[in-house]
Design a binder for this molecule. Structure first.
Ligand SMILES: Cc1cc2nc3c(=O)[nH]c(=O)nc-3n(C[C@H](O)[C@H](O)[C@H](O)COP(=O)(O)OP(=O)(O)OC[C@H]3O[C@@H](n4cnc5c(N)ncnc54)[C@H](O)[C@@H]3O)c2cc1C
Length: 804
């Protein structure tokens, strides 16, 4: 056994094997994998081996497409068989909502180059004749869907990795992982000690235990899962071609041909978590006892959808555990605060996602960044607030919802409220309808008197419409107030703070008393943040950015820290409100003795002042695009600040507003949002954020060379805005944009501008096409909608009000 290695992958399931292969593929050959038993000894060996591209997150969907295409490559490299059956798959829609979802997916696939199709009931019967289509409205057909041999595939990954120089040690159990003073890791196994520069926890069913060896909590939980294999059925083995997969979300089942019979699995409501307090080390190649009672109702339903099953004998029942994260997506990436410790676990669909997970992790380790946005699976999406108490009920909820329709405006109810501010009971008493962001309760909107305190999940305009319209009107015509808790906030201090920020941020770093907006770039020039930098003193700065990205950003800051500077994540210790609208200054004047006149307190100024009873940091900027102020104080002072503003604002028509109004207001100015327009999938020049890059500053900021190259040769696509002739549904994101009948781009986000009374889409299209008045079509829920390109913001086009 080697004594030293660059990477030690712990776990030889399909995910660990894929990571190992991808590391060698990207050129790292001094890598090894340790497996306590044989390869596939966790969940992998008893998987049903199905794969599909369908995923609510577009990047996950693309990575699933990558995984599926990889299998042929693996077979070619190794000469081994993955046992591939590319039989195609159908996902049925039994409700209009589910059909909406499938149509939205189909539209998304159009610009992703995925060849899916919407089928009617007749076509469904042609493809999958054993399906009873009563009550079925249609389906999505994906020719890429299929299944494979889980064991053969894992061994093919392993062989390909070995061919690239990797070593694999079987029957070698990792018992301790200890970080050494130089940051490398001592991996203590029952066969000896390995020193590794990096560790990858691909421990699958045991990822929690492996994580705890390094003090890392991996928020996942194994769930029991069952599928049934039937006896031979002449209607199946008598066919000329293999029967395709049929996903019946209404019945929470998936079905496919297995040999001469069928195989059907269920995501049943009375589901059971497994080994909640820890996976026994002795577990391995055994199955759980059959529990057909638990899936009785699901089987009953399946008999009506696939009547042939009623006549089929049961050949075998496979009942085993596999792991889920609270949101069902994998847990991947560098663990914040643990140098050289990487996760590749919580992968609930190893044969759809394992290849993509391996590729992304290997890119991250070898190149320092991934080629696309992987926020959906980044471990940094969970902050310090995550706990087993949250994970357990959330995983159960996710398992139950596995086949539910996922709506863009949906707020899942379980494990709430988890994190709240001092405003929770006050806003709740004002009819707040809550959403959750990074564990935090955030107001989506305030229900009107007599209205339900619940936003009905929908792909179309929801019952939040009237309340949102009123909140928007209050901001544009009087003054609105909204909490700034859900901004990520950081305090950067030290003699080297300015020089450090100049290197980390691409934009100008402001002088004392001023703030600036700046993109943060990866070395490749891709956007990894958009920040407000406020200079509070010559050696003290406050940064504000996305609340959901706080661990992601803080991890980046710590990875790039230098002597003479400290960075503290103060997202949950500094809070307050923003006030915005034509009466905002009048309101602030009433609660402070500081001079906040237009002359004394200019746009992009930042000042310390007392507001009501508490000391605050106040900055003149607002994401609403209106005259506005962000007022920050401590948690302990938040209610006093609220009391002062609320009392003083009564006769100024002050009204609280929530995130639905905020997202409508930003559309008036075509402002982008983090992970919609501004994400690691795009560059500054593509999204227009290059206007904030300080090309003239001396500092060699991260991403400079790439940004300069883009300046010399502008990128092919550019962000722009469209007015859409929408009906009752607005753009959500990823809808294709067509010009002259040809797909030329796609939407990044959209919605309804209540101020202008227009449906707006933001989209990326070829740069040369971006001209006022361009006529295009945008596909919304399967219907082509006319769209006209706009270049002038809908509100305050000259910025007079915002800067005034
Ligand atoms: C009944 C059932 C049906 C399924 N059907 C499908 C399907 O159709 N399609 C699909 O994509 N997915 C399916 N899955 C899920 C799939 O099995 C998992 O996504 C996948 O196996 C996860 O692989 P993994 O490598 O992350 O984990 P695991 O397979 O659990 O592998 C982890 C490995 O790490 C090793 N290990 C752990 N701790 C240590 C240690 N300390 N030292 C050394 N080695 C260690 C273990 O021995 C194990 O081999 C199914 C699961 C079940 C239970």
């Amino acid at each position: 056994m080697k004594a030293h290695t660059r990477v030690c992958v712990i776990g030889g399931g399909v995910v660990g094997a894929s990571v190992l292969y991808h590391l060698t593929k990207l050129g790292w050959s001094d890598v090894l994998l340790v497996e306590r038993s044989e390869l596939t000894s966790g969940s992998t060996w008893h998987a049903a081996g199905g794969f599909h591209t369908l995923n609510g997150d577009t990047n996950m969907c693309a990575l699933q497409g990558y995984t599926i295409r990889l299998y042929k490559e693996l077979e070619e490299i190794t000469g081994m068989s993955c046992g591939l059956h590319h039989v195609g798959g159908i996902t049925l829609a039994d409700t209009p909502e589910r059909f909406d979802m499938l149509k939205a997916e189909r539209a998304k696939h159009r610009h992703m180059g995925l060849d899916t199709r919407i089928l009617g009931p007749d076509e469904i019967r042609d493809y999958a004749p054993i399906t009873n289509t009563d009550g079925i409205l249609g389906a999505l057909y994906d020719p890429l869907d299929g299944h494979l041999d889980p064991s053969g595939t894992t061994h093919a990954y392993a062989k390909a990795a070995r061919m690239g120089g990797a070593e694999i040690y079987l029957h070698t159990k990792v018992e301790e992982t200890n970080q050494r003073p130089d940051g490398t890791w001592e991996v203590v196994t029952d066969k000896g000690v390995i020193i590794a520069e990096h560790i990858v926890n691909a421990g699958g069913l045991w990822a929690r235990e492996v994580g705890m060896m390094a003090g890392v909590y991996t928020p996942l939980l194994p769930m029991e899962h069952q599928y049934i294999v039937t006896d031979d059925l002449p209607e199946i083995y008598g066919r000329d071609t293999e029967h395709p997969h049929v996903m019946d979300p209404g019945g929470e089942s998936y079905l496919r041909q297995e040999g001469r019979g069928l195989c059907i699995g269920f995501y049943e409501q009375p589901c059971e978590p497994w080994a909640v307090d820890g996976t026994p080390w002795g577990f391995g190649h055994e199955l759980l006892p059959d529990n057909l009672d638990k899936i009785e109702a699901s089987i009953e339903f399946a008999y009506s959808r696939f009547p042939i099953l009623e006549r089929a004998g049961v050949k075998s029942v496979i009942h085993g555990p596999f792991t889920f994260a609270p949101d069902g997506n994998p847990l991947v990436g560098p663990v914040p605060g643990k140098q050289g410790y990487w996760l590749a676990c919580g992968v609930m669909a190893g044969f759809s996602q394992g290849g993509g997970v391996g590729l992304m992790l290997a890119q991250w380790m070898v190149n320092g960044e991934t080629e696309r946005d992987v926020s959906a699976m980044d471990i940094a999406r969970y902050g310090k607030w995550i706990s087993p108490g949250y994970t357990v009920p959330k995983v159960i909820e996710n398992y139950r919802n596995r086949f539910s329709v996922t709506y863009p405006n949906e707020e899942l109810p379980v494990a709430r409220p988890c994190q709240t501010t001092a405003m929770y009971d006050i806003f709740d008493g004002m009819n707040a309808v809550w959403g959750q962001q990074n564990g935090l309760e955030v107001v989506n909107y305030f229900a009107l008197d007599g209205e339900a305190r619940y936003e009905v999940p929908s792909f179309r305009r929801s019952n939040a419409w009237d309340a949102t319209a009123l909140e928007v009107r209050a901001v544009r015509e009087a003054v609105g107030i909204n909490e700034v808790q859900n901004f990520g906030k950081y305090l950067v201090r030290g003699a080297a703070a300015r020089a450090w920020l100049d290197r980390i941020m691409a934009g100008r770093i402001p002088q004392v008393g001023r703030l600036s907006l700046t993109p943060m770039l990866a070395p490749s020039g891709r956007l990894i943040g958009d920040f407000t930098v406020s200079c509070l003193a010559k050696d003290e700065f406050q940064l504000t950015g996305s609340y959901g990205a706080q661990e992601y950003h803080h991890r980046w800051f710590l990875q790039h820290l230098e002597d003479g500077v400290s960075v503290e994540n103060i997202s949950d210790t500094r809070t307050g409100f923003q006030i915005a609208g034509p009466n905002a200054r009048k309101l602030l004047e009433r609660v402070t003795r500081a001079n906040v006149s237009a002359e004394a307190f200019k746009f992009l100024d930042v000042k310390r002042m007392s507001v009501g009873l508490v000391d605050c940091i106040v900055q003149r900027v607002s994401y609403t695009g209106d005259l506005g102020f962000e007022i920050y104080t401590s948690h302990m002072g938040q209610r006093a600040l609220w009391n002062a503003l609320w009392e003083a604002g009564r006769d100024l028509s002050l009204r609280p507003f929530g995130m639905r109004a905020m997202m409508s207001l930003r559309l008036d100015k075509f402002f982008g949002a983090w992970l919609r327009e501004y994400s690691p999938d795009y560059t500054a020049a593509e999204t227009g954020l290059d206007r904030f890059i300080a090309f003239r500053k001396d500092a060699d900021f991260i991403g400079r060379a790439a940004a300069e190259a883009e300046r010399a040769t502008p990128p092919a696509r550019q962000l722009c805005a469209f007015e859409v002739a929408a009906n009752d549904a607005d753009v959500i994101g990823y809808e294709p944009v067509s010009v002259g009948g040809k797909v030329v781009g796609y939407c990044t986000s959209g919605g309804y501008s209540h101020f202008a009374g227009k449906s707006i889409a933001l989209a990326l299209i070829p740069r040369q096409m971006v001209q006022e008045g361009l006529k295009a079509e945008i596909e919304i829920l399967g219907e082509m909608r006319g769209a006209t390109l706009l270049t002038t913001p809908l509100f305050d086009a000259d910025g007079g009000r915002m800067r005034g």
